[in-house]
Design a protein around this ligand. Structure first.
Ligand code: DGT
Ligand code: CA
Ligand code: CA
Ligand code: ZN
Length: 581
């Protein structure tokens, strides 16, 4: 169990205790412990031998230590299990609905003994929620809307979460005798911002023999973290992991591995279009092979490359397979040369201990240098983000001085002095122009008042773009994947202004943001707006998240020309002052 899993169980226990009407002190102790465990850098699992070290973590007392020991010994927490039994696991789904907290759930439970999403939806439609204390018609409508949103995102997972699970499965299978290749397909391979289920393809001798395959399946289902087996067949085993993710593992003969990769990578829309092309050319395309229609002889199947080549197409990278013009482009040799991670010369959005980051300027610089970057920028928060200890004018000027000093002292990487300045509700920036103009680059971001009307939000962003100090707009839509929609604004107007003023848009690579999204990145490119791919790191370990951003950039057909931080340092610095060709 990693810290995240432990914290998850403790959070759930706190919520269930609240539903159960327990005293607030006890509830808080579980929540505090969960928060503390999420925040500690070490894995609790590694500390289990040293109870004293665990007791040093703030928020963890003797009682909580016993809970942790029980979780590691039994793989579960009995209190959590008892509460789940009393209220049934479906209660946890209700907790995921925005705006529906434990108190309301408890109310619903005591009035109607309903504890699942379908039941609550039915109550709301029948006008029975409004009859509860402190509820009304408005709350009821809000709840219905929230249930709709929940349905849209339920059962999807962030890209990094899916990738981690896929890595674990690969590691579990790698050394099994007779296993040659293990590859994730589906939306994960296409780099989609969220992933529904995992599709894992396995090939090798172990897949070709009945008894070997049974042994392989027996091994697979011993995967740590596997919760339940959904289906076990000859060529496929499906199961659910703790956390709810479903996994389909398919076993393939080597000669159809390429065809299966192609088929199960999808997308479905791409596959449908590709199959139509095959038919027109006298072939049939399936998950087993590309075969001739007349004599059913397989002509390709080992590799994806030979399938695309036989269909007279340039190889289409998985990120492009969405049936958004890639098949046409591939047949005319007009696919773009997609940007790759090695094109990036720097990462220019990161925070330090001066505000809400965890590392110093020097530590961030060493980590950026280790990644081979030519340059980087320190961009801490401005004062409006009080909870992040944001900088006011005076501290910002002092911080510039520290960054410049670090830049002098550290050889081999150029450290730009920047800021992530809040765009205030009225569109003005949170620091004085006289301070902002001393910066090498200014990221202007919205961190508050997300609920403005689309007209107000558009004006706000336009005003920020008009400030001559703004180099780029940070995480421009404000979405938090699986949690919060983007705020509403006139995208066309904003992109048009950005293109005119040579203000760039950020592609924030943080896996729960990925903002701009692939669709808007592609639109931005069409409108002549340049992109900067950043991590928004708050810790040295976050710098590697850049690859999720690169995947979205590729999905948006971006080339290195579209992305400013592929430029060498001097040219990049100019671009941050609106000078590019
Ligand atoms: P997800 O799991 O919702 O994030 O998205 P995918 O793309 O991984 O979709 P999934 O897991 O339902 O199916 C994996 C791939 O299998 C999909 O990308 C294409 C292929 N596939 C699934 N169903 C069909 C189908 O009905 N027709 C065709 N041609 N391909 C399909
Ligand atoms: Ca899938
Ligand atoms: Ca699937
Ligand atoms: Zn931000």
């Amino acid at each position: 169990m990693d810290n995240k899993a432990i914290a998850g169980i403790l959070y759930e226990t706190a919520d269930l205790l609240e539903i159960d009407g327990q005293d607030s002190f006890r509830i808080r102790s579980y929540r505090n412990a969960a928060q503390a465990i999420e925040a500690v850098p070490q894995q609790i699992a590694d500390l289990m031998g040293e109870p004293k070290a665990i007791l040093k973590i703030p928020g963890i007392g003797k009682g909580m230590l016993m809970n942790l020991q029980e979780m590691f010994k039994d793989g579960r927490l009995s209190l959590h299990a008892e509460l789940l039994k009393k209220y049934r696991p479906s209660m946890l789904d209700l907790l995921k609905i925005q705006g529906l907290g434990p108190k309301t759930i408890a109310l619903i439970w005591s009035a109607y003994q309903v504890c699942d999403v379908e039941g609550v939806e039915k109550l709301a439609r029948e006008g029975k929620i409004r009859e509860l204390p402190r509820m009304g018609e408005k709350q009821e409508q809000k709840l219905l809307k929230a249930i709709e949103d929940y349905r849209r995102i339920a059962g999807r997972f962030l890209l990094d979460v899916a990738e981690r699970e896929a890595d674990k499965i690969q590691a579990h299978l790698r050394n099994f005798p007779g296993v040659e290749k293990i590859t994730p397909a589906g939306s994960l391979r296409r780099g989609r911002d969220t992933v529904g289920d995992l599709d894992i393809l396995v090939t090798g001798a172990a897949c070709c023999d009945d008894s070997e395959r049974e042994k392989l399946i027996d091994h697979i289902i011993r995967l740590p973290g596997l919760m339940e087996i959904i289906a076990r067949g000859e060529n496929k085993v499906s199961f659910r992991l703790r956390g709810g993710m479903q996994v389909d593992v398919r076993f393939l003969a080597p000669e159809s591995f390429g065809a299966a990769m192609q088929y199960f990578t999808g997308s479905k829309a791409h596959n449908v279009a590709l199959r139509q092309r095959a038919l027109k050319m006298g072939y049939t395309l399936s998950e087993y092979s590309l075969a001739r229609l007349d004599n059913e002889k397989a002509v390709a199947g080992n590799t994806e490359e030979e399938i695309y080549a036989t269909l007279k197409l340039d190889y289409i990278p998985p990120e492009l397979r969405e049936n958004l013009g890639e098949i046409d482009a591939a047949s005319n040799h007009r696919l773009p040369v997609l940007i790759s991670q090695s094109d990036l010369q720097g990462d220019v959005h990161m925070h330090t201990v001066e505000t809400d980051g965890r590392n110093t300027i020097e530590e961030m610089a060493a980590a950026a240098q280790a990644r081979g970057y030519q340059y980087m920028a320190i961009t801490d928060h401005s004062r409006n983000l009080a909870f992040a200890n944001g900088l006011d004018d005076t501290r910002a000027v002092e911080h510039i001085r520290k960054i410049r000093a670090a830049n002098e002292n550290i050889k081999g990487i150029r450290i730009f002095a920047g800021i992530e300045v809040d765009i205030l509700a009225d569109g003005t920036l949170d620091l004085s122009d006289s301070v902002l103009e001393q910066m090498d680059l200014v990221i202007a971001s919205v961190h508050s008042h997300f609920n403005q009307s689309p007209a107000e939000m558009t004006d706000r962003l336009l005003k920020a773009i008009e400030n001559r100090n703004t180099s780029l707009i940070g995480h421009p839509t404000g979405r938090i994947l699986l949690r919060r929609d983007s705020y509403q604004f006139d995208v066309d107007a904003v992109l048009k202004a950005a293109s005119q003023r040579k203000v760039a848009m950020e592609l924030n690579s943080y896996p729960d943001r990925l903002d701009l999204c692939d669709r808007l990145l592609r639109l931005a490119r069409q409108r002549g707006v340049k992109i900067v791919i950043n991590t928004d790191s708050h810790h040295t370990s976050h710098l590697e998240k850049i690859r999720y951003g690169v995947l979205q950039a590729r999905r948006a057909w971006l080339t290195s020309d579209d992305v400013l931080n592929t430029l060498p340092a001097q040219k990049f610095a100019k671009a941050m002052k609106h000078e590019w060709n």
